[in-house]
Design a binder for this molecule. Structure first.
Ligand code: NAD
Length: 265
């Protein structure tokens, strides 16, 4: 069928890149997007971090999440640039970049955290989002107008709450919300938006590590701090990210959406 002159058709398949995709919220987001017909490049470090005492996602976990995977550390802008290039060359462009990679450390007073752990928390949780923006936003802007590009980041309820023994994590996540607001203001009328979600306690390995840092019996102990009185499932956060990635969120930019079972109330 011939297209009417001057009318544009949307590309049928949208393309996303998700970091932190081997497990948890990132993996659930990849699955939600694929279920909605997206092409997704699933990116993860897929290897433990020597600075951190708990295991990260693995290559075998990453390979079960998606057909198209890419091993990259979000602290490495060159590796992220190569991931974006891979998505663009494979599928012809990029419509959504989702920064879900994150790590946690602390459990002792701020001034006693080792510099290596503090650096890892800041560099992955905030630096990693900045690095993704640096390489992915230009790709989102390379799509022809009218655009519906989406830059999304996973912040945390920790962005607005003072959580003892997790100061670097709180600082990094507050930084992510500031970044998303500034990016949204910069992107203006380009058709590319920037938003974040702030999850509450969600049942993933990072929460198990948080429980260990707080000497709790297990992650279930965090359920009491959110009004819904249960942990969230990663899919509940992923569903909101998938909505934000879609064209239906076009009226939102610079938003930080709580997905926290009411924890921030
Ligand atoms: N689970 C929660 O309760 C909760 C609450 C608020 C915010 N968050 C945030 O949600 C995001 C996802 O965390 P999750 O709960 O799924 O935890 P998770 O530990 O299950 O998943 C994190 C993933 O990020 C990957 N990763 C870590 N460092 C990386 C790096 N340098 N480069 C690339 N990938 C790296 C890990 O390998 C892992 O697959 C994080 O940003 C986290 O801070 C989680």
């Amino acid at each position: 069928m011939r297209r009417k002159p001057g009318r544009r058709v949307h590309a049928v398949t949208r393309v996303a890149l998700v970091t932190g995709a081997a497990r948890g919220i990132g993996a659930a987001t990849v699955r939600a997007l694929i279920a909605q017909g997206w092409e997704v490049l699933a990116v993860d470090r897929a290897k433990d971090d020597p600075a951190l005492p708990y295991p990260l996602g693995t290559e075998s976990e990453l390979s079960t999440v998606a057909t198209h995977t890419f091993v990259a550390d979000v602290r490495d802008p060159g590796a992220l640039a190569a991931a974006v290039a891979e998505a663009e060359s494979r599928w012809g462009g990029l419509d959504a970049a989702i920064a879900a990679a994150g790590v946690i450390a602390g459990g002792v007073p701020t001034w006693e955290v080792t510099p290596e752990q503090e650096q890892a928390v800041l560099d992955v949780n905030l630096g990693g989002v900045l690095n993704l923006a640096r390489v992915a936003v230009p790709a989102l802007l390379r799509r022809p107008e009218p655009r519906s590009g989406r830059f999304l980041a996973v912040a945390s309820a920790a962005a607005t709450r003072g959580l003892p023994m997790l100061a670097a994590y709180c600082a990094a996540k507050a930084g992510v919300t500031g970044l998303v607001r500034a990016l949204a203001a910069e992107l203006g009328d380009t058709g590319v938006t920037a938003n974040a979600v702030s999850p509450g306690s969600t049942d993933t390995p990072i929460l198990a590590e948080s429980a260990r840092l707080y000497d709790l019996a297990g992650p279930a102990d965090f359920a009491a701090q959110q009004p819904v009185r249960r942990l969230l499932a990663p899919a509940e956060v992923a569903d909101v990210l998938a909505f934000l990635a879609g064209r239906g969120s076009s009226g939102m930019t610079g938003a930080v959406v709580p997905v926290d079972g009411g924890m921030a109330l």
